[in-house]
Ligand binder design. Structure first.
Ligand SMILES: O=C(O)CCC(=O)C(=O)O
Ligand SMILES: [Fe+2]
Length: 278
């Protein structure tokens, strides 16, 4: 692996180390967002039998509709996965060696369900209390950061204060189990929600305690999740994971490589560097 300087600023490093997340404003400009929403709208209203393969529309919880693998359905979402603004931060947290292993769209409607608890993302295997999940690691050293399991939460509709995505700042490096009964929206001081405008995004260590806050608006909450990991050692979802080989012709070469494991420098890193260094 080549030693390359990360493209994170000192202030971003300080903030991510302290809080475990960063907010990037206006990653998606309004005309691009409008095009994305038009495509998503088509998929939300399509008959299930009309969904383009390999996209899957499903409900995991009563108030949430998901559309999985959107990057195989339209180039707009393919390119979003390797958008230079996103890759700059993802690469800065993964020694310039990222892999995309998950991508979906989520729509959430207004809910006043009882508040649940926070979670950390994992691959289905819970490490016993007192053990750190090595697949979901965070470290800082020599002025650089390392986070092996990351997610983006890209807002496609405005998220007002007090709703949206709830997280416990700093919990990505907490060495203690949270107290029993800690509920979502214990705001403040333990947790916060992050107001966003459509086109903004949160990028966070999935080792942060987090969950969806109840959605309080009359319009639906809409966001895209992209999950990245270190592209060596870890292969989240193994053979059933990305890239989806039978559908590889539907995605760009850049994305196909980004979804694969590998330690060589990927095209998306060079693309990001060219974007920022021109
Ligand atoms: O929908 C959200 O805001 C959170 C979902 C989440 O944390 C997850 O799917 O792991
Ligand atoms: Fe999660």
């Amino acid at each position: 692996m080549k030693e390359l300087p990360s493209h994170l600023t000192d202030s971003e490093k300080w903030q991510f180390d302290l809080h475990g997340f960063l907010v990037l404003r206006q990653v998606i400009a309004s005309d691009r967002l409008a095009q994305m929403l038009e495509v998503i709208d088509g998929w939300l209203s399509a008959d299930l039998s009309e969904m383009p393969c390999p996209l899957v529309r499903h409900r995991q919880e009563p108030h949430k509709t998901h559309i999985d693998h959107i990057q195989y359905g339209h180039r707009l979402f393919d390119e979003l996965a390797w958008d230079p603004q996103i890759i700059r931060v993802v690469a800065g947290l993964t020694f310039n060696t990222p892999r995309l292993f998950h991508c979906n769209f989520t729509q959430m409607s207004r809910s006043d369900e009882e508040l649940t608890g926070f979670h950390r993302d994992d691959s289905g295997f819970k490490f016993p209390p007192g053990f750190r999940n090595p697949h979901n690691d965070y470290q800082a050293g020599n002025g650089e950061l390392y986070c092996s399991h990351l997610a983006t939460w890209v807002a496609m509709a405005d998220v007002p204060e007090g709703t949206g995505f709830c997280l416990v700042p700093g919990s990505h490096k907490s060495n203690f189990r949270e107290p029993d009964g800690l509920k979502i929206c214990d705001n403040p001081p333990v947790s916060i929600t992050v107001p966003l405008q459509a086109g903004d995004m949160i990028i966070f260590s999935t080792n942060l305690l987090h969950d969806a806050a109840p959605w309080t608006e009359s319009y639906p909450r809409m966001n895209i999740f992209q999950r990245y990991q270190l592209s060596v050692y870890f292969n989240e979802t193994h053979k059933s994971g990305y890239p989806l080989e039978p559908h590889k012709s539907l995605i760009s070469e850049e994305l196909y490589e980004l979804e694969n494991m590998g330690r060589e420098e990927k095209k998306v890193i060079r693309h990001m560097r060219t974007h920022f260094e021109k």
